[in-house]
Design a protein around this ligand. Structure first.
Ligand SMILES: CC(=O)N[C@H]1[C@@H](OP(=O)(O)OP(=O)(O)OC[C@H]2O[C@@H](n3ccc(=O)[nH]c3=O)[C@H](O)[C@@H]2O)O[C@H](CO)[C@@H](O)[C@@H]1O[C@H](C)C(=O)N[C@@H](C)C(=O)N[C@H](CCC(=O)O)C(=O)O
Ligand SMILES: Nc1ncnc2c1ncn2[C@@H]1O[C@H](COP(=O)(O)OP(=O)(O)OP(=O)(O)O)[C@@H](O)[C@H]1O
Length: 534
């Protein structure tokens, strides 16, 4: 996880006089002389303030940003934008203060003005949905890269501007950081942007001030209900992306009812995409996936449009859901105006839609097969297990936990899903954050054990072993040590992440590193067994 100070920003910024910001907000200037001061950057965190910055002091859940205004000024901030509560905290400040009721809602547009509307110089693609955002953005970036465009990427795993790469702190950065990043991309001669737009970002106005060329919707299922209250609120927040303030056109996966509802509520032109089997010719969707079949090392498929366009390609990323992600990425690129033959030629040379996506169905070993995946909600866990089941010759083990301080309701559900699809379930810790890890495991285990009882009573009887092992590194080691050669071990929930937060303290932990170490530790055992049974 990077600190708030690690961020990509432009080396040069012409900036704008503070007067322009005041005009944008339609406010009465309180001191005309000082409104000529040039503003060359915008920060909503004092730790990122540079000389000539506008410091935007936001009210937060923990603290008011105005608390840090003095420090921001000492770092070179030349003005402060805040709300009336922030103004109260800033009686003695030495720089002009601009007050508006909801500074969060203007942060993006203000930063866009200061940096010279950088989004307008890029071909912009935004992806939202519960699952698949990271994968789909990597796929869009891969397709555009194959076509020769120098790309920018913003999302959960990393932030990339051409050759410059940083690990990400948030999936979607705060508005001021995002606009600075887009300005850096323009400086780096980046032509296209593929970015994840989280529901938090939409609710907290992080992408205000950007109108994406194409927005994509993957799916919706239970997650983040701690923040959005219920699924309806979660959906309504995602739907904001499909309005003229945020996007020009959209592509919506209509495999589930939420997709259909997204099409109904969209206020921009949207193309529909159906990727579930059996649609074929005569599909009611604009785009659909046809002729899905396995080929060595990949799944081949054809993306068709109702106007007759067809694109034959494939993806090496496992699971039916990755065909969906690939089809969405392609449909978004085609809806942006690319010619289907150009895309087909580029993909032919690139070997299909097959980017390396860190921690997404990432296979770290063959025998036993060990796969590290980011599935951390019920739907993703079920799909990841379903994807691995048909190609598992032995037993399927899953190692996972649930996040602390987040959506408590999904814990027992995930336990039950694990039992439904795996032969062995090892419940451990995810990121407990400040919550006590034991009770989180207990809630996951409760769901798993009651599902296991149902499975044991059912016909045919299927004994599923449910164990609790913590800490997580020990759980991974145990599952891999005890796995047979033909077994699969899915380590789910943390994917690419390298820091685990327990009791508010960060610990270095990378599931892929732990899994590789556990596989390496089996080697003497493997050799001994081979000597005994040559
Ligand atoms: C719910 C949420 O998103 N909260 C974000 C919000 O926090 P907050 O309102 O509590 O802020 P605060 O800590 O009270 O601070 C108030 C203001 O003072 C500033 N400040 C604070 C401290 C300081 O030393 N100096 C300073 O200037 C802060 O930058 C902020 O502007 O503003 C903070 C500053 O930008 C964010 O770090 C914080 O994200 C927290 C860490 C978070 O975990 N967010 C997650 C839930 C999130 O956004 N996730 C989505 C992806 C979800 C998914 O799909 O998995 C994402 O897009 O990343
Ligand atoms: N289209 C999809 N439908 C359902 N599940 C998916 C889909 N694509 C990926 N997944 C599952 O969800 C997990 C997360 O995938 P990915 O990181 O691409 O999604 P995301 O939306 O970016 O998630 P997050 O915002 O939490 O980072 C994957 O590891 C996989 O298990």
């Amino acid at each position: 996880m990077s600190s708030p100070i690690d961020r990509l920003r432009p080396a040069v910024s012409a900036g704008r006089p503070l007067r322009d910001v005041v005009a944008l907000l339609d406010l009465e200037p309180d001191s005309s002389a000082r409104l000529d001061v040039p503003v060359t950057s915008v920060s909503s965190d004092n730790r990122t303030v540079q000389p000539q910055a506008l410091f935007v002091a936001l009210p937060g859940a923990h603290v008011h940003g105005a608390t840090y205004a003095e420090d921001a000024v000492s770092r070179g901030a030349v003005a402060v934008l805040t709300d009336p509560a922030g103004r109260e905290l800033l009686r003695e400040i030495s720089v002009p203060v601009v007050v508006c009721d909801e500074p969060r809602t203007v942060l993006g547009p203000v930063a866009s003005v200061v940096y010279g509307a950088p989004a307008q110089d890029l071909g912009t693609f935004a992806v939202t949905g519960t699952n698949g955002k990271t994968t789909t953005t990597y796929m869009i970036d891969h397709v555009l890269g194959a076509m020769g465009f120098r790309g920018g990427l913003v999302g959960t795993v990393e932030t990339r501007s051409g050759d410059r790469v940083l690990p990400s702190r948030l999936t979607t950065p705060e508005a001021a950081d995002l606009q600075a990043l887009l300005a850096a991309m323009r400086e780096d001669d980046v032509r296209t942007l593929a970015m994840e737009v989280s529901s938090h970002a939409l609710a907290l106005h992080r992408v205000d001030g950007i109108v994406f060329d194409v927005a994509g919707f993957t799916n919706l299922s239970q997650d983040h209900l701690d923040f959005h209250g219920d699924l309806q609120g979660y959906f309504a927040t995602k739907a904001r992306l499909f309005t003229p303030a945020h996007a020009r056109r959209g592509v919506v996966v209509v495999d589930d009812a939420w997709g259909e509802r997204m099409v109904e509520s969209a206020q921009i032109p949207v193309a529909t995409l159906r990727t579930t089997a059996g649609q074929g010719t005569g599909s009611t969707a604009d785009w659909w996936v046809d002729d899905v079949h396995p080929e060595p090392g990949r799944t081949a498929f054809t993306l068709r449009h109702r106007d007759g366009r067809a694109l034959e390609t494939g993806t090496s990323l496992p699971g039916g859901f990755n065909v969906t992600n690939a089809a969405l990425a392609l449909a978004m690129v085609l809806e942006a105006g690319s010619d289907v033959r150009d895309v087909a030629d580029a993909l032919g040379a690139a070997g299909g839609v097959s980017p390396a996506v860190p921690g997404r169905m990432e296979q770290v070993s063959d025998e036993p097969r060990v796969v590290v995946d980011f599935a951390h909600n019920p739907d993703a866990l079920r799909l990841a297990l379903q994807a691995l089941r048909p190609t598992t010759r032995g037993r399927l083990t899953v190692v996972f936990g649930a996040t602390g301080e987040r959506d408590v309701g999904k814990r027992p559900t995930m336990g039950a899903i694990a039992v439904e699809y795996a032969d062995r379930v090892v419940v451990t810790d995810d990121d407990p954050h400040a919550e006590a890890p034991g009770p989180i495991r207990a809630q996951v285990l409760a769901g798993a054990r009651s599902a296991a009882e149902r499975v044991d009573l059912g016909e045919p009887r299927r004994g599923v072993a449910v164990d609790e092992v913590a800490p997580r590194a020990e759980a991974i080691a145990t599952a891999i040590r005890e796995a047979g050669e033909h077994d699969t071990v899915l380590v789910a929930g943390r994917g690419h992440e390298t820091v685990q937060e327990i009791a508010g303290v960060d610990h270095l932990l990378d599931d892929r590193v732990e899994a590789r170490a556990a596989v390496a530790a089996r080697k003497p055992l493997d050799n001994d067994m081979k000597e005994q049974h040559p």
